[in-house]
Write a protein that binds this ligand. Structure first.
Ligand SMILES: [Zn+2]
Length: 345
């Protein structure tokens, strides 16, 4: 094999050292090498040179990196070797943390919520934080995972989201946390779970943590699940057990919902049909009603109660002939388990 055209071949060991040094802090088992050659090489020669160079580098790395392998489709890290400058740049693919979260705090949003006035740069209104809320579920879980994985940022993906003032109870809501540019990607999950649980005791809980893939994030985003809610309802007049019985008549109702007034500023005005699979209610102390609704994915439950000035029909308000409103809202189940009994929660 004539390798004389590969003028730098004598320097392969050198390049391998550059690669090893550039990746010494990364935890990975799969990788892919790319190279940048001097632009003076004509395309045909460059292709052949690359082929030889990559073969030489790979066999040298095979000896140094026992247990690691080249992956052309989905490598954990990509290494670009600049042959002229003897430099290597490393990109680390995201790590994906899969689990379920519960939220017990009625002032905690699911994800980071940039300040509306400054859009994140920091202003008087947000006291320089750039955020509407100081903390979020994303940061509760993401902050700990980011430290464990030595990443640079996180993105939070979940099967829908609850309102800020709603608790997320039951077995929790499925999420995937994307950790951007991690150095570690197989961090022990028990400490992450423990730190979140202890640091955020009474506010956020996580369970069922495992390492996943980009497919998990796609699946979570595409997932549409029925949800069950517990709602405490108040009205201008005291509500009684006859009112509760009427609310139960919403079982199997089909709702017509226009985009709620409260979210019109950030979502398009759409009319949708949503199914109430089950409605139960009982009167409780103080002239209030505690209701439970199992509804189709994408149902606005506060508006199912209030009627939203006629934008949602039927509604609890229309049914009872008085302006009802939600005092407390909890998500008690995200029915993502298709083996669960249908409409039973
Ligand atoms: Zn601000």
């Amino acid at each position: 094999m004539n390798r004389t055209s590969a003028f730098f071949v004598a320097g392969v060991d050198d390049l391998v050292d550059v690669i090893v040094r550039a990746t010494v802090r990364h935890e990975f088992t799969t990788y892919l090498i790319g190279s940048r050659l001097p632009s003076s090489l004509e395309p045909g020669a460059a292709r052949e040179t690359k082929r030889l160079l990559h073969a030489d580098i790979s066999s040298a790395l095979d000896r140094k990196w026992f247990g690691r392998r080249v992956d052309f489709d989905d490598p954990e890290i990509r290494i670009l070797v600049d042959v002229t400058h003897r430099e290597a740049t490393v990109w680390s693919a995201p790590a994906w943390l899969v689990g379920r979260y519960r939220k017990f705090d009625r002032e905690l949003p699911q994800s980071r919520w940039p300040c509306r006035r400054c859009r994140g740069s920091g202003c008087e209104r947000c006291l320089g934080t750039g955020k509407t809320y100081v903390e979020s579920v994303e940061e509760a879980i993401g902050g700990t995972a980011l430290l464990a994985c030595e990443g640079v940022a996180t993105r939070f993906h979940a099967v829908g989201r609850e309102d800020v003032d709603a608790r997320m109870l039951g077995t929790g809501r499925p999420f995937v946390l994307e950790i951007v540019e991690p150095l570690r990607r197989a961090a022990d999950l028990d400490p992450i779970q423990r730190v979140v649980t202890e640091t955020w005791a009474g506010r956020v809980g996580v369970s069922g943590l495992r390492w996943g893939s980009a497919h998990d994030a796609e699946a979570v985003k595409a997932r549409e699940c029925e949800k069950s809610y517990r709602v405490v309802i108040a009205a201008p007049r005291p509500l009684c057990s006859e009112d509760a019985a009427r609310i139960a008549d919403l079982t199997s109702a089909e709702l017509k919902q226009e985009t709620p007034n409260r979210v019109l500023h950030r979502r398009g005005d759409v009319r949708r049909r949503r199914r109430v699979f089950r409605a139960e209610a009982r009167s409780i102390r103080g002239g209030l009603i505690e209701a439970r609704f199992r509804v189709q994915s994408g149902t606005y439950v506060k508006e199912l109660v209030s009627g939203d000035s006629g934008r949602t029909t039927p509604s609890v308000s229309a049914l009872l002939g008085t302006a009802c409103r939600v005092l407390l809202l909890d998500v008690v189940a995200v029915h993502d388990d298709i083996t669960a009994l249908p409409h039973d929660s």
